[in-house]
Design a protein around this ligand. Structure first.
Ligand code: DC
Length: 242
């Protein structure tokens, strides 16, 4: 089973993606973390963010791995063998990730890896990003588009940053969110958009638990219908055969 969750930054995609994956026993893949890790690799190499050729080469050669961390009940992200889980969340890396994600060749490399991870997950995978339902897995079993007002998303990001000890102000966070929204939705290759067949949830006025329950309700009601339909089909086959 593949569950795609797309939407702008700060809409709650990764928190909800993790919650759904845990509840349903699926693997969780944060595709934004892959763009962030590649962005960090570019910064570490001292490459210029205008140097597309170099960026593509660095992305091709970067080994990005996810490992479950049972202690924290979360995942750690490794870039070329080093744990970069915290480092990829800085404003500098957010900016680099957003810039490099506009390069089609970078997207091609990372999308290929995302499909491999998604397909190899034993019971299925929840992926969150910007183009999961439109490009990576257009045939996903479930497609969600999570969104919220920029001010709400900025407030959530600001609080997360504070917890991590990042001293960026709310105003700066809002400015960065708006800038990234514009870049993510106006780029030519795979812009952020509502994929065909997606269910849009505006989380501005909902808390995490409410959004989670709503997503679960949607998933379970479709799964029950499918079970019912296949049970009916099995029954009719059984009666034809008997
Ligand atoms: O979800 P995030 O904020 O961690 O994503 C970081 C950047 O990567 C963001 O600017 C958009 C980009 N991205 C993308 O273009 N496609 C994805 N599937 C995921 C993220």
């Amino acid at each position: 089973m593949i569950i795609a969750i797309d939407g702008p930054s700060g809409a709650g995609k990764s928190t909800l993606g993790k919650m759904l994956a845990k509840e349903l026993g699926l693997f969780y893949l944060d595709t934004g973390a892959m763009y962030r890790a590649a962005g960090l690799a570019v910064l570490k190499a001292g490459a210029n963010l205008d140097d597309k050729e170099k960026i593509v080469e660095i992305t091709k050669n970067s080994v990005i791995k996810f490992e479950a961390s049972p202690l924290e009940q979360s995942q750690r992200i490794f870039l070329n063998g080093s744990d970069v889980t915290d480092e990829i969340r800085s404003s500098e890396v957010s900016h680099a990730a957003s810039v490099i994600s506009t390069i089609p060749e970078v997207r091609r490399i990372l999308v290929e890896r995302q499909r491999e991870i998604g397909k190899s997950a034993e019971k299925g995978c929840v992926l969150d990003g910007r183009d999961i339902g439109s490009v990576v897995f257009p045939d996903a079993d479930f497609k969600f588009f999570l969104t919220a007002k920029p001010e709400t998303r900025a407030q959530r990001r600001y609080e997360e940053n504070l917890k991590r000890g990042d001293k960026t102000t709310y105003e700066q966070t809002l400015h960065e969110i708006k800038e990234r929204d514009l870049r993510d939705s106006s780029r030519l290759d795979s812009p952020l958009k509502v994929a065909e067949g997606s269910i849009t949830l505006d989380t501005s006025e909902m808390n995490l638990e409410e959004v989670f329950q709503e997503m679960l309700r949607i998933i379970r009601s479709k799964l029950n219908q499918t079970d019912f339909a296949s049970a009916k089909e099995d029954n009719s086959k059984a009666s034809v055969n008997s």
